[in-house]
Ligand binder design. Structure first.
Ligand SMILES: Nc1ncnc2c1ncn2[C@@H]1O[C@H](COP(=O)(O)OP(=O)(O)O)[C@@H](O)[C@H]1O
Ligand SMILES: O=C(CO)[C@@H](O)[C@H](O)[C@H](O)[C@H](O)COP(=O)(O)O
Length: 469
């Protein structure tokens, strides 16, 4: 009954590069994606406090992209939305004043909210916390090693370097926690244990913050959100929003990679490979699995809470589609310096075409320009450079291969085989839009590869709510 009366569920994903939205409609046997939309946020912002090491995003731009996305969805179906599920980029932190986080205004025919007293979002890509700074912090009681870009590490950085900044705000969360708090007018933000784990200083087993450790070191505890289980309801919308009725239930915000996995994983013998701005290779752990109490900082695999007490083992690479985006940006800047202007989308199309015509290359690119959390100091390198292999096609092919090989070095094919993996599910729009990356995925894995669409996390966030209904 995907007909006109069926109720709809809206899924939203606030990614690092783009915002996506997907409308799911119930059918007799499940659901279908009735409409979807994606908008780049173009939200990069300079950091006043951290300088070039900061990686911040302008929250207004993110919300503008969100509004544009929702405005592009069919009004009739938005009016039938019964639940909203929201996911987004993990680890990051945004601060706001709880009584002035946003202002609701009329936007076309329906109200929407505009950010007011809100800081920039300091993202997972932020590198202001050096290894020496992190080593100076109290050791967390968590199974996850602390890294730069994690919410609690960022708070400590402000505490040391810019304490007045923190005095301006009394609430904090991930960007998706912020949106949920604004939609439902939560005075105290609520965070899922998926996102709380991604901030550091969180014990996923007891589902609680390391308050004793944090308190002793003067951490502003009032900035820590309440925590809840993924799949639970955070509140109800306080206004009709883009036609979505007032009083619609909104789920607690979820991690984007868990939602990408949720959108496609059906068998325990599946591994999920997601490539968006970052990249992840994930397998699900058996029911009842508990991660070791203390992390191995040299391990490339971490364990993240999934749903219903289950865990995912994930190789989370900081070098995914962003490496290609950086390459495209570099080409575009070089061309500009040479007096030519070419749109980035045209560069993507050309480099992908050139690499498709170049199906092999001895050129070897280790692409970790952003480091990796377990080896932050190991940056990118290029080897086996032959004069005959310098075309755009060779370089793009080698770059795509390097991204996939790097991810596989973090969670090797051998380990996948030992755990019984028999299929790779590919998700994320960097993969969906790049045939060269897909070819390299198919080359490296000795398993069949099945692809999703480019709004997977948004679909996953909606599915979580759909299954609650
Ligand atoms: N025109 C394009 N063609 C192919 N790939 C693209 C194009 N534009 C962007 N990309 C890739 O998509 C990535 C961003 O994917 P996206 O799903 O929007 O990320 P996120 O979910 O992190 O917001 C970029 O880092 C880049 O590698
Ligand atoms: O770092 C991890 C997990 O530790 C990432 O996998 C996590 O999903 C983060 O949200 C991403 O890094 C950001 O997601 P995306 O915008 O690249 O899709």
């Amino acid at each position: 009954m995907a007909g006109s009366e069926a109720s709809c569920v809206l899924g939203i994903d606030l990614g690092t590069t783009s915002v996506k939205a997907a409308l799911l409609v119930g059918t007799g046997r499940g659901h279908v994606v009735a409409a979807s939309c994606s908008r780049e946020t173009q939200a990069h912002a300079s950091s006043l406090e951290a300088g070039p090491e900061g990686m911040e995003q302008n929250v207004r731009r993110i919300i503008t992209a969100l509004n544009e996305c929702l405005a592009a969805l069919p009004q009739q179906q938005l009016q039938r939305v019964s639940h909203v599920g929201i996911s987004g980029q993990m680890h990051g932190i945004v601060f706001w004043k709880s009584d002035q986080g946003c202002r609701w205004t009329e936007c076309g025919t329906s109200p929407t909210f505009e950010p007011e007293e809100v800081s920039h979002l300091v993202t997972w890509q932020d590198s202001r916390c050096s290894p020496a700074f992190l080593a100076s912090l109290p050791p967390p009681q968590s199974h996850i090693s602390l890294a730069t870009g994690f919410g609690c590490a960022t708070v400590y950085w402000y505490l040391k370097n810019s304490p007045d900044f923190l005095k301006c705000y009394d609430a904090a969360g991930t960007i998706h926690d912020y949106v949920v708090a604004m939609l439902c007018d939560l005075k105290k933000p609520l965070m899922s244990i998926q996102n709380a784990t991604s901030w550091g200083y969180f014990n996923a087993k007891t589902k609680s913050w390391n308050t004793d450790v944090l308190k002793k070191s003067g951490f502003p505890l009032h900035l820590l959100p309440e925590v809840g289980d993924p799949g639970s309801i955070a509140g109800r919308t306080i206004c009709a929003w883009h036609g979505i009725p007032k009083g619609t239930e909104v789920g607690i915000a979820l991690g984007d990679f868990q939602c990408s996995v949720y959108s496609c994983l059906t068998e325990r013998t599946d591994a999920v490979l997601n490539i968006s701005t970052s990249a992840q290779l994930t397998i699900s752990m058996p029911p009842g699995f508990q991660p070791p109490e203390t992390p191995d900082p040299s391990s490339a695999v971490t364990y993240f809470p999934y749903f219903n007490g289950d865990y995912l083992a994930v190789a989370a690479s900081l070098n995914g589609g962003n490496v290609l985006a950086t390459f495209v940006d570099m080409v575009s800047r070089w061309m500009e310096e040479l007096g030519l202007q070419v749109q980035e989308s045209a560069i993507y199309a050309k480099i992908i075409k050139a690499a498709l015509a170049q199906d092999d290359s001895k050129l070897s690119i280790h692409p970790t320009i952003f480091g990796e959390r377990h080896v932050p100091e190991q940056l990118a390198s290029v080897t086996s450079i032959a004069a005959s292999e310098l075309s755009l096609g060779h370089v793009t092919r080698a770059l795509c291969r390097g991204i996939v090989e790097n991810l596989c070095s973090m969670l090797p094919v051998q380990r996948l085989m030992e755990t019984g993996v028999s299929r790779i599910l590919g998700s994320g729009s960097a993969l969906a839009r790049n045939e060269v990356l897909r070819q390299e995925v198919e080359r490296i894995f000795p398993f069949p590869v099945v692809y999703g669409k480019d709004v997977d996390a948004a679909v996953g966030a909606a599915m979580v709510m759909f299954h609650r209904k």
